[in-house]
Design a protein around this ligand. Sequence first.
Ligand SMILES: [Ca+2]
Length: 551
Amino acid sequence: MRPFRLLSLLLACAVGLPLAGCNSTNPVEPVDQTPPPAGGGAYTITLAATPGALAVGGTDPATVTVTAVRVADNQPAAGARCALSTSLGSFDPSKDLKLQTVTLDARGTGQARLYPRDAAAGSASVLAQIETSVGQTAVAIQTVTPAAFFLTAVSPNQGGPDGGEVVEITGGGFLAPVRVTFGSVVASGAKVVSPTVIQATVPRPAAVVPGGGRSVVDVAVTNSLDQPSPATDKLTGGYAYSNEESSLLISGISPNQGSYRGGTLVTITGNGFEAPVEVRFGGVSQTVVSVTPTQIQARTLPVTLTACNPSSGPVSVTNLRTGLSAGSGLTFSYTVDPLFLERASPANAGQDDSPKITITGSGFPASPSSVRVEFGTTVSQNVLTSTATKIEVLAPIFTGPFDTQACDSNHDGTAGQQNIPTGVNLKVQNLATGCADTLLRGFIFVPDDTTCSDAGTSGGGGGGGGGGGTAPTASFTYSVFDKTVQFTDTSTGGPTSWFWDFGEDLSSSSNFSFDQNPVHTYRLLGTYTIKLRAGNSAGTSTKTMTIKLPP
Ligand SMILES: [Ca+2]
């Protein structure tokens, strides 16, 4: 009923200007006696409130904007006196003011602020009146739903027997003022640092903690105490007053690194360890082997590697019976054996020979299925064996492209092209770890066809000449001078090109020659198989000979 009564009073004041005693009998606000501006009459009055809702118990107002135009000429009700009333809240933050008068400006607008003040939840009906015209809007006054309120942890979660520690309570939805209790005792000076962190000083416990013992208490937080029914959440056994000689503490770890494969026996030293414990490295639980109050032995579990990149992580221990945990600045680092390539042997092969190649190095996986061997861009499909230092693999068929060089086998001054032995990168990857190594041009493929592309133009086109349409017959002799050998071509049938393979186990072009009578110096004394391929426009033939150094 109250809004109606106020509105009636307002109407009486605004309309009945000559009414004597209106001011004196109006308990709220004196009403201006100025006559309405010329052109008065009916008004179209609109109201808008920003925001459209207020919080119960809040202090922020809504701004109510009144706009009025005259019905007669649709002009702004400039200078009009407008009486505002509300059924809930107040136009004054300091007192219960339900009525307010504003004078509209040149654009026919005016504003007032509506405060929730002591209002309970509900809808504030706001009326604006000029003479006998009325406009209306509603402003919700509502209970604010706080963000979800909960506790997750107290850190640290233990301390001395008399309290006094400053702890952080983490969770969510914290809204000051709050009350924090440890057991039955309220912590003084609890402060909401953020919606997720409360800082509090641990109070002296209600009962003396026995010597050498500990007293575990619940930690409770009551949130937004000034609300009608503040919520409480509790961490059962969230804090321990400790009178034990040693609290839980990690002081050392040895070794502080080990293989990603796990199996490393690690000794953690400290105080307050109490079986059963959980040991974590980087959040990953490890296998606990033994526990004494000052030493834990744990064996690491394997971790997964990506791209040969082992992880590391902080060491923590939790006494499972009490839930007491300790972290530390110490970390355990996982290691991985890097993969190194030394060499392939043999280090060269004919393009379609596919011989067995032995690759030596370190960090190779124990299983051939974990090995990937690439010869250039070609992946070997036949990894035969793999140990930490040796892999046996069949070289793949090489289809090129081969490197080429210019040649002029018919000595006509016009260059052709010929394939030459071509080095490719040899790459070995451990598929289990992602570790890999590459020998740049670590393997050479030898082309089957090394003839010069001009070989057919003169001899074939001429129909006769030196070649005479018959392939040469390759042969050679040699003379040995220590590690140096002079090779002499004795091929018959008019060869015009020569390709020598000196039989050294090298991924180097020095093992090959296109000269007719080459000199080659070997790195080591030993037995070598030499191949000479002699050719002309009609074809090639190959001579193979084994030589011994010294003879
Ligand atoms: Ca030529």
